[in-house]
Each structure stands twice: as structure tokens, then as C-alpha cells.
Design a binder for this molecule. Sequence first.
Ligand code: ADP
Ligand code: ZN
Ligand code: MG
Length: 487
Amino acid sequence: MNQPLGQKYETVIGLEVHLQLSTRTKIFCGCANVFGRDPNTQTCPVCLGLPGTLPVLNKMALEYALKIAMALNCQINPLIKFDRKNYYYPDLPKGYQISQYDKPVAYDGHVWMTTVDGQTRKINIKRAHLEEDAGKLIHDDRSNSSLVDYNRTGTPLVEIVSEPDLRSPQEVYDYLQALKLTLEYLHVSDCDMEKGSLRCDANVSIRGAGQKIFGTKTELKNMNSFKAVRTALEFEEKRQREVVSSGGRIIQETRLWSEEKGTTVTMRSKEEAHDYRYFPEPDLVPFDIDDALIEEVRRSIPELPRQKFERFVGEYGLSEYDARIIVADQHIAHFFEACTKLYVDTKKISNWLNGPLLQELNVRKMGFSDIKIKPEDFIAIIRKVDENVLSNLTAKETLKQVLDTGKDVAAVIRDAGLAQVSDSSALEGIVDELIREHQNVVGQIREGKASAIGFLVGQAMRKSQGKANPKMIGEIIQRKLSAKSDA
Ligand code: ADP
Ligand code: ZN
Ligand code: MG
């Protein structure tokens, strides 16, 4: 029956995230787990599903799954079991996927996230389980045929299923960022959506504001970036609202997101949904997860982003804003912390790091892990500013050249002649020129307009390509014009 909904709707979203684990070998055989090799070169009878072969669980895949479980604050099943999920598709040579049904590695966890407006939200995790990836179909338009590459078959995956706790496409985006960051800190995957190492299906429904029961959901697939997930959900929540507002009914179905068209289209409805006929995988015994293993894995978990964020705010007195930027990349966090061992003013470090250094990286489209600068060099530049050898401007230029050339700071300053000019006769010359060139400003200064001095100092910096000592320039101007201060 069609329940009339109120004018206002609430959106309800739950996500299924698939993560490829970066183990050396595949989950149930010894084939290399590598991306980008020639098709069908990384296969064996086990991952090709040939008769008579037996799977053997990769211990590292299990340890990675446990790491993820712990980082997501999950309960860990003391006994885990694998099940066959049966369906036919050409990229699945066995005709079933080995997955986990009723005894997943982990259940009942949560992730903390920060929304765009700075609020902290807890998103519950329903379960996380291990399974194997399928192969890849390649559709070749020229020959009008489909080809299959089995290199990906048997790649270890962890599927992370959230509770339907998310309430907007933007919140989904923020959750994905938080989840990805935690996973990156664990070093269990390269978390690269473009390579398909991280994939996300989104379940979405709407309900009338204040309504307790959930509405019928649709499942969205085929989004290739976090932005695409957000856009697809924005489209779909609008579509559902329009259907319901005009007296229609949402049908449970899987819909494919089309990036080109900017719409979701029906892939299959509930009636066509698979019955996977799950049953226990007879070739793998259930596994005991004993305390010793759990302890071993727990010891391998590094400080996670949320704890690091809190520590950086508490220990180094960073603003939440600065701490968030620094913690959002573990290489930056590491660099920052190395700098604090060399220099006491942590606020200044974070200003130079989140400002000029990150700007330089943006310009170069480089990641923090690619850069050559060492914490010692970075701090040396900041010290040169403290010592008035560099101005802010020449310090930025020094930073740029250190990044470009990998030379040390002293050599860059010397070779590029960046040191501040504090030689008073040179500075007097500059000021004399300026007085000649800017008679009207000089007049203003004589009348006591102090801000006009700033203008001349700026001109002096310009004339000297940022190398004049601004404090000395100011003093010389004052002396020469014996200006009255209006302070
Ligand atoms: P199914 O049995 O249909 O696969 P699950 O209970 O396993 O459903 O949930 C799959 C995903 O769908 C989970 O991420 C869950 O949070 C989400 N989900 C379940 N019900 C809804 C709903 N009514 N609206 C939005 N998302 C939902
Ligand atoms: Zn294999
Ligand atoms: Mg499900």
C-alpha cells in the first residue's frame, strides 16, 4: 500500500565498500596479487576454478581483515567460516564466489567521521567479511566481442557493510573519506578507486520526516570516485522524491550510475535478483581466531587518524583545522612530527607546512610522499626567517628551489643570492630612489599618514626582489622623512 508521505523526506543510506587487500599473493592460491600485468598471466588451476583443485587461506589476508576489523572497532568472531555464493557470470570461472555468510570476520563496529560543518558523527558498521574478487570482462567494440582477464580472480577483498546510518549524499562523502583514511593508515590496501582497489555500492531509500520504518531501497552501482558516489546519490534521492511525491512507489532494484548521462538506470529488479543459494564451503574448514593471533595483529596497528588528531591538538596545541589537514595524510603527519623534534614553535611549523609547502605540492600536482625536502631543511628555512636572513617572500623562493633541486638550504640561499640585504648603504640607496619617485606618498607620510610608509616598504621589497630587510627599510624611511607617527 502506498503510504502518503509528508512534504519533507529524509534520505537513508547504507554503504557496501569493497577493499582489495595488498597481500603479496591471492587469497586462496600462490598467484601474485598484482595490478596491470598482461591479461591471464597471473593465474593457476586454483583461481581458474579447475576441477580437483583446493583453496588454501592466505594468512596475511586474514591478518589484514582482522586489522581492519579492529580499526573499525568491530567485534571479532572467534570462529569464522567461508561460504559459497553461487551465481553464473563469465568473470567467475568456478560458478561461485567464496565469501562469508553467517560467520563473517567481524560485526558491530563503528567509524567516527567529521562532517563538512565540523560535527563529529558515529556511523555503525554492520559487518566486515573476507571474500575473493572475480575476474574482469573487457568489452571490445571493434570486434564486437567480450574478453575476460582472470588476473583479478582470487584477489582478496574485505567487504565493509555500514548500517543505514547515513542521511545525505554529503555525509556519505565524508564517511568515505574517514573510512579511506583509516584504511590508508593500516597499509592493507592502496585504496585507489581509479584502480578499483576501493569500490562502493550505495543503498538508498527515503521516508517521511519523523517516520520510524525505512522505505524501500534501491542499490546504486558503478560509481568510480567519491564524487561520483555523491552525485549519483543526489540524483537518486531526487528521483525517489519525485516518484513518491507524484503518488508512485519505489521498487526494490539495482540501478547503474551513468557518469556520461548523469542518471541512474535500472539494471535488475528484485524479481530478477539472484538467489545465491549460500552454503558452507566444504573445502575450507572453519577457522578459530585465537587470542594469540588477535594480540599479534593488535600490536601491528599504528596510531589511527582520530587518535593522532586528538593528540596533535592536545600535545602540540594545533587548531582542529590545522590538525585535520596534517592528519589527513600520514606522510604529512610524520613530517610534521619530525619537525617538532627540531623546532619548538609548532604553530609556526603548521603554518609553513599547511601554507607554502602544501601550495608548492599542489602546483606540482605531487603527493607528500614524492617530495625531496627533509624536515631539517624545512626547519632551516623557518630559522632563516627568524634570523632575518630571509623574508617570507625569499623563504618561499628558497623552499621552491630546495624542492626543485634537492640542494641544501644554505646552498640555495647563496647560489640564488636570496639572503636579505641588511647593508644599510644599499638600503639607503633604495629609499632615496623611492623618495624621488613617489613624491605624493612622501607628502602623505610627512602629514602623518603611517600606512603610507607601508606602501613605500612594499615598493622597496619589490625593487629588491624581496631581499631588503623590511624593518630596516621602515626605519630608514622614518628617519629620512622624520615622519610623525599617528599611533
Ligand atoms: P540486503 O539483505 O538487501 O543485502 P542488508 O541488510 O544486507 O540488505 O543491507 C545491505 C546494505 O543496505 C547495508 O549497507 C544497509 O545499511 C543498507 N540498507 C538496508 N536497508 C536500507 C534502507 N531501507 N535504506 C537504505 N539503506 C539500507
Ligand atoms: Zn592462482
Ligand atoms: Mg546484503
